[in-house]
Design a protein around this ligand. Structure first.
Ligand SMILES: *[C@@H]1O[C@H](CO)[C@@H](O)[C@H](O)[C@H]1NC(C)=O
Ligand SMILES: *[C@@H]1O[C@H](CO)[C@@H](O)[C@H](O)[C@H]1NC(C)=O
Ligand SMILES: *[C@@H]1O[C@H](CO)[C@@H](O)[C@H](O)[C@H]1NC(C)=O
Length: 262
C-alpha cells in the first residue's frame, strides 16, 4: 500500500471511530456550586448548591429546617464540608418520588457522600435538645436530564397554619405530586388535622391519595394514607416535623383537601 493509501485508510478508520455512537454519559457535575443557600430551609432549584446554615455560629436546641432540592439531572450527590453539629443532631437526606418519601440517610461525617437517583430530595436538619453549631454541605447533580416529579410544594414554618389545596378552590389536576413539609421554626409539637377531604376513591387508595409522614428516630414514618371523603384521625408531630404528600394519577380529579396544624 502506498503512503496515500495509508492516509486514506487511517482517515477512514478515524471517521468510523469518531462517528460511532458514544454512551450517553449526560452532564458532569458543576466544578463549584452555582448557588448558595444560607437560610433555615428553602427551595433549591439548581444543578449544584452550597447549603450552609449558621456556619461558625450557634443554632438553637430542637431546631428543624427543611430544604427541597429539585434536581435537573438523574444523580444527586450530597457532601458534608464542615460541621459543628453534635452526635444528637443530624442532617438527613430523603428521596421523594410520586410514591412519596423514601428512607432517610444521615450525612454525618466530613467528606461523606450520600448519592441518590431521585429527582426530588428533602434535606432535614434535626437539632437535639441542646444548642449546637452550624454546618456547610454541598449538593451536585449529574447524569441525564430529568423533568421534576414534584409538581408543587410549600414548606410550612409558622407555628400554626391552614392549608387549602388546590388554593384556588377548583379541582386538583392529573399527575400531581405535592409536598407540604411541616417544620415550625419555633420548636413545637404541632397537631395536624384534616377538615375536608375530597380525593378520588380507590379500594387501597391506589389512584389518588394523601400520605402523612411523622418524623421519628431518623426517618419519616408513613402514619396514614387516605382517599375518598373520609377525614383521617389527627396526627401529632411529637418530634417537631412531618410531611403531607398528595399524589394524583392520570385520570379523575376532585376538589382536594383542607388541613390545619397548631
Ligand atoms: C427551576 O429552574 C428552571 C430552570 O432555570 C426553571 O425553568 C423553572 O421554572 C424553575 N422552577 C421553579 C419552581 O422555580
Ligand atoms: C465524594 O465524592 C467526590 C466526588 O466524586 C470524591 O472526590 C470524594 O473522594 C468522595 N468522598 C468520599 C469520602 O468517598
Ligand atoms: C384555620 O381556620 C379556621 C377557620 O377559619 C380557624 O377557626 C382556625 O383557628 C385556623 N387554624 C389555624 C391553625 O390557623
Amino acid at each position: 500500500m502506498n503512503s496515500t493509501g495509508t492516509i486514506v485508510l487511517l482517515a477512514f478508520l478515524f471517521a468510523v471511530v469518531t462517528a460511532a455512537p458514544q454512551p450517553n454519559q449526560g452532564r458532569s457535575e458543576d466544578p463549584e456550586p452555582v448557588v448558595s443557600v444560607t437560610t433555615c430551609g428553602g427551595h433549591v432549584n439548581a444543578s449544584s448548591a452550597s447549603i450552609e446554615f449558621q456556619l461558625g455560629g450557634s443554632i438553637r436546641a430542637d431546631m428543624r429546617c427543611v430544604w427541597i432540592v429539585r434536581a435537573p439531572y438523574a444523580e444527586q450527590r450530597f457532601n458534608l464540608i464542615s460541621s459543628g453539629l453534635k452526635q444528637t443532631d443530624g442532617i438527613y437526606i430523603t428521596p421523594v418520588s410520586f410514591r412519596g418519601l423514601g428512607n432517610s440517610e444521615k450525612l454525618s461525617t466530613l467528606g461523606q457522600n450520600v448519592t441518590l437517583h431521585s429527582r426530588s430530595v428533602m434535606i432535614t436538619l434535626i437539632v437535639g435538645h441542646a444548642p449546637t453549631f452550624g454546618f456547610k454541605m454541598e449538593y451536585y447533580s449529574s447524569g441525564t436530564s430529568v423533568s421534576p416529579d414534584i409538581t408543587s410544594h410549600a414548606i410550612l414554618t409558622t407555628a400554626k397554619g391552614n392549608v387549602t389545596y388546590p388554593s384556588n378552590g377548583g379541582d386538583y389536576g392529573n399527575l400531581e405530586n405535592v409536598l407540604f413539609p411541616i417544620a415550625p421554626s419555633v420548636p413545637g409539637q404541632p397537631t395536624l388535622r384534616f377538615t375536608r377531604v375530597d380525593i378520588e376513591t380507590g379500594s387501597s387508595c391506589q389512584f389518588d391519595y394523601v400520605k402523612i409522614y411523622n418524623w421519628f428516630d431518623g426517618n419519616y414514618l408513613q402514619v396514614a394514607i387516605f382517599c375518598g371523603t373520609t377525614i383521617p384521625v389527627s396526627v401529632t408531630f411529637q418530634d417537631g416535623a412531618g410531611v403531607v404528600f398528595f399524589s394524583s394519577d392520570s385520570s379523575f380529579t376532585r376538589a382536594g383537601f383542607d388541613f390545619q396544624y397548631e
